[in-house]
Design a protein. Structure first.
Length: 337
């Protein structure tokens, strides 16, 4: 009698389905670049469905490990969180299914701050096909620029797809956007492999100067030819010249002392003695001052000019001068009476 093979029970089918679902979840998380032991930050906003957020966090926890390795932060409270710099290996923002998250400049800068050097950020954001009246929504070309300006590198686009009707309605309600050209773009960026403000010592190699770059080496044999010793002085075969024989009769004449004297300041036409005068001009000028003293003013206003002088002042019509100064009038100030 033939027997039919037993069909698997419902429990076995349910187990296989659950295993297939877990395998699919693991593949999805692997696509995010997550691995066991990493610290992950999940950022959500008011548009993120609660159930979708719970499911995403549960999948990440099943892959990376304990619950303490996954932090869930609201995008509006991210800058106020107590996370230290370089805390997370991966940051996921706007990745909750159904989210329409917009990332401001401040949010992108904070994401770059809490990422570890070499860490990755995956974000999804609705973008417009062209610039519209709503300045909050970027275009697909401006989103990579915003990530780069926040300090991220290797920025690239992973996926671009149209919004679902539910997401489109959410954008229209939350962002007051009524266009039909919205797309959902998924981007990836990395933090450089160094921390902001870090320093590193540079090793510079300089070529050593060769010995030939300095003075040329002296040939010992050549140097010996130009060296005299006491024995050489007594050698009859050594031809020595008397230095006096190199002078002629003109060289032996004594020079005229007047030709050795430098010209005085007076001879060169100077009217003012030098600071360290040695020709006697300073003494002559000092003697002239003593021989022709300037008259002193009786009222004390003669030096100030005609506006301050008396009607009978002998200096009337002359320019103002300093006390003791010799008055000199230019030729253009002299007129025939």
């Amino acid at each position: 009698r033939m027997t039919r093979p037993k069909r698997p029970g419902r429990a076995a089918e349910t187990g296989r389905a659950a295993a297939a679902e877990r395998s699919s979840d693991m593949a999805e998380m692997a696509a995010y670049g997550l691995s066991a032991g990493q610290r992950v930050a999940v950022i959500w906003d008011s548009s993120s469905p609660v159930e979708g957020l719970k499911n995403l966090v549960a999948k990440i926890q099943a892959l990376v490990g304990p619950e303490s390795r996954v932090s869930v932060e609201n995008i509006d409270q991210l800058s106020r969180s107590a996370h230290a710099a370089s805390s997370f290996d991966v940051v996921l923002s706007g990745m909750v299914p159904g989210s329409v998250t917009l990332h401001s400049v401040e949010v992108l800068a904070e994401i770059a701050r809490i990422l570890k050097p070499g860490g990755r950020v995956l974000l999804k954001e609705p973008v417009a096909a062209q610039i519209g009246d709503n300045n909050r929504i970027r275009t697909a070309a401006r989103l990579p620029t915003a990530l780069t300006l926040s300090g991220l590198v290797e920025v690239k686009e992973l996926q671009k797809e149209p919004l679902t009707p539910e997401e489109t309605q959410s954008v229209q309600e939350l962002l007051s956007y009524h266009g039909n050209d919205l797309l959902s773009v998924q981007m990836e960026g990395k933090k450089p492999n160094f921390e902001v403000g870090s320093s590193s010592q540079l090793k510079l190699s300089f070529a050593k100067k060769s010995a030939s770059s300095g003075k040329p080496a002296v040939d010992p044999a050549a140097a010996k030819l130009w060296t005299l010793s006491a024995n050489d002085m007594d050698d009859e075969g050594m031809d020595l010249l008397d230095s006096d024989e190199l002078l002629d009769s003109e060289d032996l004449k004594k020079p005229d002392p007047s030709s050795l004297k430098a010209p005085s300041c007076k001879e060169s036409g100077k009217k003012k003695a030098c600071k360290n005068c040695t020709c006697g001009l300073a003494e002559d000028l000092e003697q002239e001052k003593k021989e022709s003293p300037q008259p002193k003013s009786a009222c004390g206003n003669c030096y100030l000019g005609d506006a301050f002088r008396c009607a009978s002042c002998p200096y009337m019509g002359m320019p103002a001068f300093k006390p003791g100064e010799k008055i000199l009038l230019a030729e253009n100030n002299l007129h025939d009476a």
